[in-house]
Design a protein around this ligand. Sequence first.
Ligand code: ZN
Length: 113
Amino acid sequence: MHEMAIAQGIIDIAVAAAQKEGAQKITKINVVAGELRGIVPLQLTFCFSVLAEQTIASHSYLNLEITPVKGKCKNCDKTFIVKDYQYVCPQCHSQDIQTVGGTELRVRDIEVE
Ligand SMILES: [Zn+2]
């Protein structure tokens, strides 16, 4: 279950950022995750709540924003959103596509008290 490792990473980043600001409590964590990360939101939320206990992130709300997969055509340079893993350029129908988005995973920002 890779959600456990991801949740731990999110907490580490958020807690470090909050401590830097001298915050007592984290109320919300906004996370951006690419679709290709294959995160199951419910599992991540569960792992997060377990791991966040005993930290200043306990009771904080984990807001997960899933970003779509993006491809770039190597033939005509068009960038487009890949749906259902169809790596075909909508403009020239080339299948020579480079993945340029959908693998990101980062804490965008946090809200503290
Ligand atoms: Zn193309």
